[in-house]
Design a binder for this molecule. Structure first.
Ligand code: MN
Length: 201
């Protein structure tokens, strides 16, 4: 079925000065919108058309002939998840159950933070860095291009887009500075906490 682009959960200038309205205008308005249009064009009229985008992503991931459908579907989904992973009031150290789980699984927030920053900085080329729940354990993983933890049965809690289009207008080649700003100022721990609770139901 056609996938509709969700509204941005904040104004295009709400993440400034860390991510500019100019970046979000292109990223949400052009890049994400194009992935969705290509996904909808590719799925329309096929036997997968009655399934959710998550089901289509899993089915297409198994089939090399569906690479285009997978890439556009996964990029459509990953970006919707990324907008929710950011908040004008985000960043810094979380509180509550997820903070306790981070302490237990990473040995503290600082160790988690450096692992996430390192994954985001070292993903070679385009991709994503994620906080996931994997079989009951919090982990940091990175994925290349459109790849998503959904296909390996991991439950995503937060993501950082490290494709150049996510930061180049604001940071040029300084990907680590963009990642540090996202971690310190924008990560939406309310969203992560809700995902963490949902994953345990
Ligand atoms: Mn992107």
């Amino acid at each position: 079925m056609a996938y509709s682009q969700p509204a941005l959960p904040y104004a295009e200038n709400a993440l400034e000065p860390h991510i500019s309205a100019n970046t979000l205008g292109f990223h949400y308005g052009k890049h994400h919108a194009t992935y969705i249009k290509k996904y909808n064009d590719a799925v329309a009229g096929t036997p997968l058309d009655d399934q959710s985008i998550e089901e289509v992503i899993l089915a297409a991931a198994e089939n090399p002939e569906k690479a285009g459908l997978f890439n556009n579907g996964a990029q459509a989904w990953n970006h919707s998840f990324y907008w929710n992973s950011l908040s004008p009031n985000g960043g810094g150290k979380p509180t509550g159950q997820i903070a306790e789980k981070i302490d237990a699984d990473f040995g503290g927030y600082d160790a988690f933070k450096s692992e996430l920053a390192n994954a985001a900085a070292t993903q070679f080329g385009s991709g994503w860095a994620w906080l996931v729940l994997d079989d009951g354990t919090l982990k940091v993983v990175k994925t290349a291009n459109a790849q998503t933890p959904l296909t390996s049965g991991k439950y995503p809690l937060l993501t950082i887009d490290v494709w150049e289009h996510a930061y180049y207008l604001d940071y040029q080649n300084r990907r680590p500075d963009y990642v540090a700003a996202v971690i310190d100022e924008l990560l939406n721990w309310e969203f992560a906490s809700q995902n963490f609770l949902n994953a345990q139901v």
